[in-house]
Design a protein around this ligand. Sequence first.
Ligand code: ITT
Length: 199
Amino acid sequence: TRLILATRNAGKLTELKAILADAGLPHDLVGADAYPDVPDVKETGVTFAENALLKAHALADATGLPAVADDSGLCVDVLGGAPGIFSARWSGTHGDDAANLALLLAQLADIAPEHRSAHFACAAALALPDGTERVVEGRLLGTLRTTPAGTNGFGYDPILQPNGETRTCAELSPQEKNAISHRGKAFRALAPVVGELLG
Ligand code: ITT
């Protein structure tokens, strides 16, 4: 069976395909770009879980196929959890990773190292055309560097140094990141549920 990965973010899509294949899901995994006529859903939720469910249901309802979606972001403690669900458009331009990262670094310029704790959060949602839904969450805790390092990954990876690591997420290999990431944790928890419900 086909399983739609309801995302248009290329960095996410690459990670999702690897995580779900490694988890043993036998499905034909296709990104939302395979369905260009399905309009992007408005992310009106106030939590990662709500937005992930909105995205998964939109694709499942429009195609009649099962869909999984990811809603994720960076939550900075000293900013009260921001950018959070607004991570992709923090600078005002949706998906401009460089501008989002530069703005956040500027906002944190005066914050000392011991107050730079943050985490990545990911909600992984599954929706079936009959309305069945499941959602699980994962987190990656760390601290924020003052200057970016590394070229792997996407988004805020060059500034998030996971706890217990000396490298940023962008300096980890894709396999190393997926093993510890918010997205890896969430979708490894969702995978058996997908297997159970889809067979
Ligand atoms: P879709 O809705 O199409 O999936 P999006 O990029 O709009 O794509 P989100 O609203 O979930 O998705 O925003 C996620 C943002 O959070 C992403 O653009 C990054 O800025 C940040 N982010 C999430 N996971 C990340 C990760 O693993 N590494 C770095 N940044 C991440």
